[in-house]
Write a protein that binds this ligand. Structure first.
Ligand code: FDA
Length: 529
């Protein structure tokens, strides 16, 4: 299968040098500077200005949230570097000329922060830097930031049936953004977050230096693993610890509509999912089904999707003991390798070749808005009824409940910047998608999301109401446009993502990027008291 990005990469290599004379003056100066700085003249072939015929295609191909596909703010240039020196010249020249940088890997940022800015800026899209080197003997891998999760998973699975990596479910999510913001998936209860399993990294700082863990120091290394790496520099590659999984795992999905008792089951799930053996991960994906042309009545369907690190002979008794109400049967279960489970959770049909994990065409592209919560006390059964009522008012709402507990309870809150660990039962993600264009349409869905979020307030974590950076939400607060944000202003959103780790992040920022070169709407701010 030839993916769009694969196609673009080949074009990039043969694209003719752009003509500086045809671009805007800020871009001209930047190109000139990059050319003067760079020892490799072929790097011009990886720079695109808005007049290049590939510019829009390149910009849009990695826009996951279609709300931003026709945004009026456009970068001065898009760079698609094929080596570190090109990134280095871009960083040095942008800094010299007061131009902002947006690093983009998978382009899945919920608010489009990797490719939008209202200041003059360039996008450095790292998709050409996607190498993965797996060392089975040492049980570790080096992965370049421009790889997507699917490429990492594929590379591991090709070399081993007993090694895996604990990260997110969607194969086109980029390693760069995902590891830098935390990263959780089906192995979270057994092994924690992706960021918890990073053991080294190469980071480029604002002076263009490439620093490994030792050279950047433990504080910076701590910050880039979940604190939003983009606040500190551009991570070029990550060394990760692989984790052990059995050769045969079991996965299943059991679906129940409201009429089939979903409400009660979800309520019961809250007590079981975070507390059960850490080899078992059961999440709930809630969707609307029926209605419209479908003859069946519109209702909410709960999909209990699970991964168990063992055989079905083990998981069925475990489920029947700890969550008998779900009524799991052998016919619901499929056994396979970890790679099979990855394909299953990514929504592929059984039997597809694992090479689909290499396809860079983003699978879930849509206009959407999302928000997130963490739950520390079981939500009342009656409160869930309010969610169903609201879901039925929308066309394509999605609510996902993902269990924590297990290993997450054992990792201290300050181990990485992601603090929502012991005492947190599960994460909720609310998402609404739509197709139609237009401001009114958008506002209708945003208003719905706001109502749902307000409705949930009494039922979720408090003081502060927690949020997850990788499900970025600019509604909870942003840096001020002038670039000077006080600690107390930024704490409004910073503590929601990071709790007490936020202060430490601001200290690392002040020490490592004192000019605040790496900044965006929700980057860790410099302290201005
Ligand atoms: P993108 O390229 O948009 O970057 C996101 C942010 O990171 C931007 O601020 C960007 O500048 C910065 N950045 C990117 N590369 C960088 C680098 N090399 N160095 C420094 N900064 C860099 N999450 C999860 O935990 N579990 C899951 O299962 C999923 N599933 C999922 C599915 C779908 C369809 C979407 C859209 C999103 C998810 N996510 C998720 C959320 C995902 O983890 C989050 O959006 C990541 O930030 C995406 O990383 P990308 O590299 O794709 O984004």
């Amino acid at each position: 299968m030839k993916s769009l990005i694969g196609f673009l990469s080949s074009l990039v290599l043969i694209a003719s040098a752009i003509s500086p004379a045809s671009s805007s003056s800020a871009a001209d100066k930047l190109i000139e500077c990059i050319a003067n700085n760079n020892i490799n003249p072929s790097s011009f072939q990886t720079i695109f200005n808005p007049e290049s015929s590939l510019f829009s295609l390149l910009l849009q191909s990695r826009v996951q949230n279609l709300r931003y596909i026709n945004s009026t703010t456009k970068p001065l240039l898009i760079l698609t570097p094929s080596d570190d020196t090109q990134i280095q010249s871009a960083v040095l020249c942008s800094r010299e000329q007061g131009i902002e940088i947006r690093a983009r890997c998978g382009g899945h940022d919920y608010e489009g922060i990797s490719y939008l800015s209202d200041k003059p800026y360039i996008v450095i899209d790292l998709f050409n830097l996607n190498e993965v080197q797996v060392d089975v003997k040492e049980e570790m891998a080096w992965v370049q930031s421009g790889a997507q999760l699917g490429e990492l998973y594929y590379a591991i699975a090709r070399q081993s049936t007993h090694l895996a990596f604990p990260a997110g479910l969607c194969p086109t999510v980029g390693v760069g953004g995902h590891f830098g913001g935390g990263g959780f998936g089906t192995l979270v209860r057994k092994y924690g977050l992706a960021a918890d399993n990073v053991i080294d990294a190469y980071l480029m700082d604002a002076r263009g230096r490439i620093l490994n863990r030792k050279a950047m120091g433990e504080e910076v290394f701590w910050a880039i693993r979940g604190g939003g790496a983009g606040s500190f520099g551009i991570v070029l590659s990550w060394k990760v610890k692989l984790v052990r999984v059995p050769q045969k795992l079991t996965y299943f999905t059991v679906t129940k509509t409201l009429e089939e008792g979903a409400n009660k089951l979800i309520h019961q799930w809250q007590r079981f999912a975070h507390d059960v053996h850490e080899d078992l991960f059961v999440r709930i994906l809630l969707l609307n089904v029926g209605g419209g042309d479908d003859k069946k009545k519109k209702t909410v369907q709960a999909n209990f999707q699970a991964l168990f690190l063992g055989t079905k002979e083990r998981v069925i008794p475990l489920m029947n003991k700890s969550f008998p109400e779900l009524g799991l049967k052998a016919e619901n279960c499929t056994e396979g390798t970890w790679a099979d489970s990855v394909l299953n959770f990514a929504g592929f049909k059984p039997g597809v070749p694992p090479e689909v994990l290499l396809d860079k065409t983003q699978m879930f592209k849509a206009k959407f808005k999302a928000k997130t919560d963490f739950v520390t006390e079981p939500v009342l059964e009656s409160a869930f009824e309010g969610i169903w009522k609201m879901m039925l008012e929308e066309d394509v709402p999605i609510v996902i409940l993902e269990p924590l507990g297990g290993k997450m309870n054992k990792i201290p809150e300050s181990y990485t910047p992601f603090p929502h660990r012991k005492g947190h039962l599960y994460n909720i993600q609310y998402l609404v998608k739509w197709d139609k264009n237009g401001k009114e349409e958008e506002e209708r869905h945003l208003e719905w999301m706001k109502r749902l979020y307000d409705y949930m307030e009494p039922h979720v974590s408090k003081s502060p109401r927690a949020a997850y950076l990788n499900y970025r939400d600019l509604d909870i607060g942003m840096n001020s446009a002038g670039g000077k944000t006080s600690f107390s202003e930024a704490s409004v959103w910073g503590q929601r993502y990071f709790r007490d780790n936020f202060k430490r992040l601001t200290e690392v920022k002040g020490m490592f990027d004192p000019e605040n070169f790496f900044r965006n709407e929700q980057s860790i701010p410099l302290l201005h008291m």
